[in-house]
Design a protein around this ligand. Sequence first.
Ligand SMILES: [Zn+2]
Length: 421
Amino acid sequence: MTLAGHIRLICAILALWMLLPVAAAVAQSANGARSMGGQAHVLEQGTALSVTREAVAFDLSLSQPVPYRLRLIGAPPRLVMDLNTISWGETDLQALADAQGLAGLRLGHLPDGWARLVLDLGGPFVISSSEQRIEAESGRAVITLRLRRAGLEEFEAAAWDEAQFLAQSVGDLLHPAARGAMAAVVARKPLVMLDPGHGGIDPGAEREGLREADLVLAFARHLREILLRRGVFDVAMTRDADEFVSLDGRIRAARGASANVFVSLHADALPEGMASGAVMYLLGDAASDDSAAYLAERHDRADMLAGVDLSGATDDIARVLMSVAWQDTQPRARALAEALVEGVAGAGLRLHRRPIQSGAFTVLRAVDMPSVLVELGFMSNPRDLANLRDPAWMNTMAEALADALELWHLRDQAQAPLRRR
Ligand SMILES: [Zn+2]
């Protein structure tokens, strides 16, 4: 394919993606506040605003963590907060501002899906701290923002001038490298999207009263806790309850949260004698093994049973594998799989005789983030099943995967300057 052909293809794929988060939000809004699959929204409980002459304290409580950016603008002094993919929900932020005697608060949505909040500060304030904390139990997040009164000179050094701010197209403005705003841009930690397989009407594998859907959800929650405790990554999950999330919905959740890496967690059953030990599956057009073909087909079938149309999925995978973006992502995904194998081996846990395999897994189709499907073990194998039932073994596995993610992230960062952008 010619370069122009590649570019057209990428544009078409990008255009399609831009539509996906909206569809995901609509499709999943019925799941309620605990759903991790849908769009983030503001929660009334935990959202607070306090304004004094010397300080502004703003806590914004969210149904799930989101990327966000902060800017100060002068004449008159305002705070601009942009959040990536959020709905303002029912919370009356305007009333909070009114109660604190703030001159004004405005909410809106930017054309590319970001949401914007503008606070009139009524005087020169600078940002003294900002942080997004995630509650491990609920998966909810709180953005804690503190501003302190400043002299005019200090404020002007920190603020954008409005003409300059408005002269930027939205795209330029929101680019992380937007000039001048770096001091006010809050760097976020890389976001790991954990994807516990199956759920709801799709229990996954079942052995001796144990359901794969429950097992991988418990494992994902534990891994989330370990990762958050270590502080290198933020973590979100495609589901945090026993509910059905389509394979496409899982990818959309990762894209909606701008995840940096996607890890799908499974413990499937295979026909007798086919597999044992942990395996890392990557997206590939041809299955590297009968078990890979079997698993990919089986996971798609659950979606079809739930009425999700996957008729285009095979074509999608072919397109992904041809795309230029995939040429960047594929080696990063392979490096992730290799790090995961190192982690599992390093912890002395069982690996499959071919620990890295590939297949047409619909859930691994995101082109812009490295994605791996991890089989922790196979419920069809008695030795694996005993391990999967053992909390100490599961803890060792979770620590091993956390080690591997950190190792991969370090290597991936080191490689970043060598990748074309
Ligand atoms: Zn599975």
